[in-house]
Design a protein around this ligand. Structure first.
Ligand SMILES: NCc1[nH]cc(CCC(=O)O)c1CC(=O)O
Length: 306
């Protein structure tokens, strides 16, 4: 009677890794219980998500070495592994929403989200690439595009291109408040970017010390046409979630990122914490004002909530 917030399967988005590399569909050691899938594996994951009532799956590609170049042209190839996975999910489970990641890192030789020239990220040229990438994903059938690159001006450019190309129904969930975080470490293992990243992402992701900057980024992305905004990472940034929700009253999501998953799942497997912390951690996002959560726990949480 006195419970103030609820958590339901309808609040969950499940991030999945898909590989085109033969033999790379294996468990990710730094994310116990999470694996990379082949295209067939992604189809099975989509079926499972649909059966469990999870509303959306988010595709993260692990591409072949040969498909990672300085100019990143594979990122907007209709037949890259990410776009093939989008089509595979839509064929298997048409009502399951597919979300994507827009950033050049899976196809970039140096692991960065943008084009690098002389050791510097070139913003506007990157935005042109991201627009091509977005259109290819929309063509493949994506329902929600997730620009995670943190370049300036990309939301407006992507929105304009979607409208101009007959994709006005495709939604944008902007990674608006994305921090330069150490909690992404296991993810970079999963997508094969760990050994590759030259330098860090601090020139385009937000300083963890900053709150006002995150709010400015959210305001900017909403004004450029983002339909939903995200705070990332999640648990160490619940203050930002609450503030974004209260200040903008826009659909607000949090990403419980790979490092958060690793901490919780690792401690559970060690016997240091009980399984109940999994749902407790997800409920905390709801209490902080989030409408939904991207979490690697999605299928397990869906089962626990059923
Ligand atoms: N732009 C790529 C991207 N999209 C989502 C994550 C992290 C997700 C996670 O840690 O679970 C990252 C990594 C990064 O910015 O380096």
């Amino acid at each position: 009677m006195v419970t103030e917030t609820t958590l339901s399967v309808a609040d969950l988005i499940w991030p999945v890794f898909v590989t085109e590399v033969a033999g790379a569909d294996v468990d990710i050691p730094s994310m116990p219980g999470v694996r990379r899938y082949t295209l067939d594996g992604v189809r099975q994951a989509a079926e499972r998500a649909a059966e469990l009532g999870i509303p959306a799956i988010c595709i993260f590609p692990h591409s072949d070495q040969d498909h990672r170049t300085e100019s990143c042209e594979r990122a907007w190839d209709p037949d890259n592994i990410g776009n093939r996975a989008i089509r595979a999910v839509k064929e298997t489970a048409p009502d399951l929403m597919v979300m994507t990641d827009i950033a050049l890192d899976p196809y970039n030789a140096n692991g960065h989200d943008g084009i690098v020239r002389g050791g510097v990220i070139v913003n506007d040229e990157t935005v042109e690439c991201l627009v091509r990438m977005a259109l290819a994903q929309a063509e493949a059938g994506a329902d929600i595009l997730g620009p995670s690159d943190m370049m300036d001006g990309r939301i407006g450019a992507i929105r304009t291109a979607l409208e101009a190309n007959g994709h006005s129904d495709v939604a944008i969930m902007s990674y608006a408040a994305k921090y330069a975080s150490g909690f992404y470490g296991p993810f970079r293992d999963a997508v094969g970017a760990s050994g590759r990243l030259v330098g860090d992402k601090k020139t385009y992701q937000i300083n963890p010390a900053n709150r006002e900057e995150a709010l400015r980024c959210v305001a900017r992305d909403l004004s450029e046409g983002a339909d939903m905004v995200m705070v990332k990472p999640g648990m160490a940034y619940l203050d930002i979630c609450r503030e974004v929700r209260d200040r903008f009253a826009a659909p607000t999501f949090a990403y419980q990122v790979s490092g958060e998953y690793a901490m919780i799942e690792g401690a559970i497997r060690q016997g240091w914490l009980g399984r109940e912390v999994m749902l407790e951690s997800l409920l905390a996002f709801r209490r902080a004002g989030c409408d939904g959560i991207l979490t690697y726990f999605a299928p397990e949480a869906a089962e626990a909530l059923a």
